[in-house]
Design a binder for this molecule. Structure first.
Ligand code: CA
Length: 237
């Protein structure tokens, strides 16, 4: 599993990372909340080990910011011994499990692997969305088309996810804006056009059947065949 460790006690963070490596995982360590959040939002991970008591940006804040964008990456929080309140708050804010300090590395590995197994249950297959040869894993945020992995920015991913959740449905620019930029007050429907253009460049590469279609005066849809009333080429996009 790709695991992000956010822990300001550098020695502890390094111990955790090396224990994870020894067990076949790929860890990345960050030593403060702000840096950790940046990496958590920029790159997909299977699991995040998050200390709650962090400089710059508190672990609870990091957790709730992660959860605004990503409800599926599993998060194991680390709390100081006896901080029951923290533990409860952490679980409420979207953590999947917690571990009180001090803990043994064996215990940490056991918890990490239990969370990994939880993610591998068949119930999670709905995390995969696809249309034709385009597929998305919502949990790992991996997107591929015709077998090639596509590198999408977090926002490009969000726009595509809305379209992929309901293939063939036509979304107006305003609706896409509201679905993707719901937490921000200032958006512009032209922003959607820019994101659609960027997604098209990545997804509908020359030689592939176009999947993103512009429906004149209405909006956009994602589907394998041309919809009725589709604008030809990139017009209106
Ligand atoms: Ca700490």
């Amino acid at each position: 599993m790709r695991i992000l460790v956010i822990e300001d006690e550098t020695q502890l963070a390094r111990h955790i990372a090396s224990a994870l490596s020894r067990h076949g995982h790929t860890p990345t360590a960050r030593f403060d909340g702000a840096e950790g959040l940046k990496v958590a939002l920029a790159e997909p991970h299977d699991l995040i080990v998050l200390d709650l008591n962090l400089p710059h940006l508190d672990g609870m804040e990091v957790l709730s910011r992660i959860r605004e964008y990503d409800r599926t990456t599993r998060v194991l929080v680390l709390t100081a011994r006896g901080e029951v309140e923290h533990r409860i708050k952490g679980l409420r804010a979207g953590a999947d499990d917690y571990l009180a300090k001090p803990f043994s590395m064996d215990e940490l590995i056991a918890r990490v692997e239990a969370l990994g197994r939880r993610g591998a249950t068949p119930a999670e297959t709905s995390d995969r969305l696809s249309v034709a040869d385009l597929s998305m894993d919502v949990r790992t945020r991996h997107v591929s088309r015709a077998g090639s992995v596509l590198a999408l920015s977090p926002r490009e991913f969000d726009v595509l996810q809305v379209l992929l959740q309901d293939p063939g449905r036509i979304f107006s620019r305003t609706e896409l804006c509201e679905r993707v930029w719901q937490r921000e007050h200032e958006y512009d429907t032209r922003t959607v056009e820019v994101f659609i253009m960027r997604l098209r460049k990545k997804i509908d590469a020359p030689g592939l059947v176009p999947l993103i279609h512009t429906v004149r005066s209405v909006g956009y849809t994602l589907r394998a065949g041309e919809p009725a009333g589709a604008a030809k080429g990139q017009a209106g996009a």
